[in-house]
Design a protein around this ligand. Sequence first.
Ligand code: GLU
Length: 418
Amino acid sequence: MSNEVNPFESLQEQIDDAAVHLDVEDGLVERLKNPERILETNLTFERDDGGLETVRAYRSQFNGDRGPYKGGIRYHPGVTRDEVKALSGWMVYKCATVGIPYGGGKGGISIDPGEYSEDELERLTRSFAKELRPIIGEDRDIPAPDVNTGQREMNWIKDTYETLENTTEPGVITGKNLDSGGSEGRVEATGRSTVLAAREAFEYLGRDIADATVAVQGYGNAGWITAKLADELGATVVAVSDSSGGVYAEDGLDPVAAKDHKRETGSVAGFAGADGEISNDELLTLDVELLVPAALENAIDADLAEEVSADVISEAANGPLTPDADDVLTDEDVLVVPDILANAGGVTVSYFEWVQNRQRFYWSEEKVNDELETIIVDAFDDLIAAYEEKDLANLRTAAYVVAIQRVMDSYDQAGTWP
Ligand code: GLU
């Protein structure tokens, strides 16, 4: 794992790699590579012992040419201004890759949420919602869950916003609990698209995901659902890990039982249904057919990439490969399905949630999953078409070529305002 690579520089490099294949006006490149605006603010909140604490929080609105800014809010000690900038840019190109009518944004608070009580997290989240209120809204900027946030935090933000605005506007945020206007299928959506994208990648190679062995790094919402759905498709999940360690089972392990163990103990480490323990780096270099990095940025740098043995990588995390790792894997013919397609199920079902909120008419889980599959399969086909027609280096560059073109088209058609 490389901590030295700045994710914002990675994003800019990915855009540059694609821009050379497009007719981009010089004066537009900087726009495509930089956020429109960033809110950086103090959140001061009360601890349970009555003391005050101030933490730093951000919301980056990267590009709104294709629609309202859209993207999650992350609670993690690694949150920085540059990380949020990168993540917001990846959202722009993710939404464009799957063709949903949004721009991109991202927010975060630099904390370890494990150090706070639920009451403290509620006060902190509501304080963030108060700061966000003037710049969010269902037609303006629509937050969602990300690392260490979920339905609970989304419900608090929705409630704070609606109370201050004296309205009901469930579409101001997505990833809500079902009773607060959430959508069926939203919790599973990121893992579902990661598996659908992997399935398409194996099919493209003339192979069947059902024959694949799978290793999953990261066992949060995206990782564990990916393991579960891959297992349901007949693949064999041989290794899973989280920040405290990992486990390995040659003949496959039960992803649901591994999740139950994590729920009880806080980690997959020590799971009895496995042959033994494995480190994160060992997992990432296992000789498996499918590798799923589902944790944080920069999980695989160039050195580790030299050791990767998988045939296909489907990126459930945002930015898990450094650009140098990408080059190594391209040289070694590893088929990498990029994050901006593979994990786009999350924001795609957020889009369905927002559509349902605005219509006040709710879909069945079957309809959600069917519509999601159509979008992911069509987007995968669009990337393959660009990859083959333009003879591009890899699917990541193909995704950026497709996505940047879509952003530029929206910008061009809007025209410039004097
Ligand atoms: N945080 C997720 C992502 O990185 C979901 C964003 C959303 O639903 O808006 O794609």
